[in-house]
Write a protein that binds this ligand. Sequence first.
Ligand SMILES: [Zn+2]
Length: 348
Amino acid sequence: MIEILPWHRDAWRRLSGSAATLHHGQVLSGVSGVGKREFSIALAQRLLCRNPHDQVPCGNCQDCKLFNAGTHPDFHVITSEYEASEGRIELVARYCDRYQDSVARGKKVNPSQVIPVDQIRTLIERFYQSSHISESRVALILPADRMNANAANALLKLLEEPPSGAFFLLVTNQPGLLPSTIRSRCVMEPLPGPTQEQAKDWLSAQLKGVDPNMFLNAASAGPIDLLAAYQTGELQQQLEQTAQITLLLGGQSDPIELAALLAKQDAVLLLTWMHRILSDLLKWQGAGQEPAWVGDSSLDIGRYSPAKLFRLYDKLGRYRLMARDQINLQLALEEILISFQQSFRTYG
Ligand SMILES: [Zn+2]
C-alpha cells in the first residue's frame, strides 16, 4: 500500500475506520503537494480490501492484488487528460486509461485540463451496470474542481442517489471552486500539510545526502511538490526565478524583460509558483513570517500595500484558471510583474 504520510495519520485514523460508517462523498482538500493523491489512493484500497488489519489494507487479498496491479474493476479514476499525462502516480495513470483514449491524448500538444461530462456518464453506467467483485466501489475524481458544469451536474445525481457501496473521493486544492450543490452533499475533509520539521525530515529521508535546507529557499510548497521539482530539475529553475523576483521587487530588474524570460515556460506551473511567492509575502505581512527566500535582500514588507497585494493575489488566481485553457502568457506576465513591482512602492 502507498505509505500514509506522518502528517496525515490523524486524518487516516478518522477516515479509514469502517466502510460502513464512512460518508459516501468525501472532499479531500489541501494545498498542492501535501499528499492528497497518496492519501486518497490508500483510502480507496482500504475501502476495497476484504481483509484489512488495523484499518490498513492487507496487501494479499484478491482485491488488494488487483488494486495494486492497476486492474481492480471497482476502482474508477476520473481525471483530466493533463493530469493523466503529467501526473506523477503510475497507478493513477493506469486506471484513468479506462476512461480516456490514451492514443488520442498522446497526440495532443496541449492535453485538456477539463474533466468532461462523458467520463461521468461512463462512470454512472459502470457503477450501476457492470459486475463487481468487491462490496464497495470507489470513484476517485481528481482534481475535482476541473469538472466542467455538465460533469458536475451529472455527478450530483450520483451523489444524491448513490448505488449501494459507492464511495466518491473528490480531491482538490481549490474546494471553493466546487459547486456548492456538490459540496453540500459531501463531507469536507481538509488534509493538513506538514510542520516545517516534518517536511524537512521527510525530504531528508527521500533524498539521502541532499541538504533539505535548500528547499527553504524555494517559494513554500508541499513537500511532495518540492521533491518532484527537485527530481525534474524544476527546483533549480524556481530558485533562480525566486532570486529574479527578489531583484524585481527591489527595483533592480525590468518587468518586461523578466516577463519575456519567464514566458517560455508552462503557464500553469509558472503561475502556480508565482501564486506561492505572493502567498508567502502575504503571510509575511499578515503573520510576520519572513520567507527564507528573501535572504539578505533589503526587502521590507511593512512598506508595501496589503490591499494591492491581495488584489494581485486574486488576479493571479484568475490567470491560473485561464491558463488551464489558453492564455497569452507574455502579456499576462507583463501585467502581473508591473503591478507586482508597483505594489511595493513606498507610499507617502
Ligand atoms: Zn486486502
